[in-house]
Design a protein around this ligand. Structure first.
Ligand SMILES: Nc1ncnc2c1ncn2[C@@H]1O[C@H](COP(=O)(O)OP(=O)(O)OP(=O)(O)O)[C@@H](O)[C@H]1O
Ligand SMILES: [Mg+2]
Length: 270
């Protein structure tokens, strides 16, 4: 079943064709220690009783990108590991979550009740299943509804469903040694009885910030200006990417439209 997909992807990993796990960014920089920590905590080992890793950090600090990179590395080195990727932003009930999980593991149609999906997950013997729950804070109705107010495409969730989802997950994780949680959240989250480990993401160092800017901008970059911008962004990847990513702006007339990044504008205006 192993298939070569470029040097980073040596093996298929279980259920790869079903999984919604995105590929990591090719321009990913740094975070080596954090990725090693996530892998160490999640990989099965007789002395490792951790079944939940929380990747925690401020908004835009790279939680999703780092968790995705670690999950890909785990899966690509183990044919018996499946990764289920769930963006909690689009989960609107416990039944919805159960279906979204089962669709990424079972390649036959499932019209079963949530309880049956839970039973299947708990009785799993062969596969190690990593549930990557991204943007976990979005399950909190207060948080979700704030996002929904700003973006009409985001559906709301109520507190009954939030509690059901949390109970569903906790019951699976505590009853099974084959299902593990990898959670990203900008708000602290606690999973009792899971020997939870936390990997905290701090701002990138100056040299990594510079590398991220350079990779994203993808054109000649004045080193002095780049370091200044990296300093302004306080090592927050989202800020760095937003400044460096090309945007289409009109320059003179429509025929002269060309991609420009904010950095380009800074160069032009300086
Ligand atoms: N180490 C990195 N290397 C390259 N790009 C990165 C890195 N970390 C983050 N990014 C990029 O920065 C942007 C923000 O990262 P990401 O979405 O992972 O942050 P986040 O902490 O999950 O944000 P949120 O709190 O909104 O969920 C994304 O475009 C991501 O690809
Ligand atoms: Mg995120």
């Amino acid at each position: 079943m192993a298939q070569t997909m470029g040097s980073d992807f040596k093996k298929e990993g279980a259920c790869r064709g079903l999984s919604n796990l995105p590929r990591p960014s090719r321009k990913f920089v740094n975070r080596n220690q954090e990725i090693e920590d996530i892998k160490k905590h999640l990989l099965p080992h007789p002395e490792n009783d951790c079944s939940c890793v929380l990747v925690h950090g401020a908004v835009g600090m790279g939680k999703t990108a780092t968790a995705i990179k670690a999950a890909n590395e785990i899966r690509d080195n183990d044919d018996n590991t499946a990764v289920v990727y769930i963006n909690c932003n689009v989960v609107n009930s416990c039944d919805d979550l159960a279906v979204k999980i089962s669709q990424q593991i079972y390649d036959f149609p499932l019209n079963e009740f949530t309880a049956e999906i839970k039973r299947r997950l708990i009785s799993e013997k062969d596969l190690l299943i990593i549930l990557l729950l991204d943007k976990f804070q979005s399950l909190d109705p207060l948080h979700r509804n704030e996002e929904a107010n700003m973006n009409p495409e985001i559906t709301r969730i109520d507190q009954t469903e939030e509690l059901k989802v949390k109970k569903f997950i906790t019951e699976i994780i505590t009853a099974s040694t084959k299902v593990k949680l990898l959670v990203t959240s900008s708000v602290w989250a606690c999973f009792p009885e899971t020997c939870q480990q936390t990997v905290r993401l701090d701002p990138l160092e100056e040299s990594a910030s510079f590398e991220l800017l350079k990779n994203t901008f993808n054109r000649q970059l004045d080193v002095e200006i780049a370091y200044k911008i990296a300093g302004f962004c306080d090592g927050i990847p989202l800020a760095l990417i937003s400044l460096a990513r090309p945007s289409t702006r009109s320059c003179g007339n429509d025929d002269q439209r060309q991609p420009r990044g904010k950095i380009q504008e800074i160069h032009t205006n300086s």
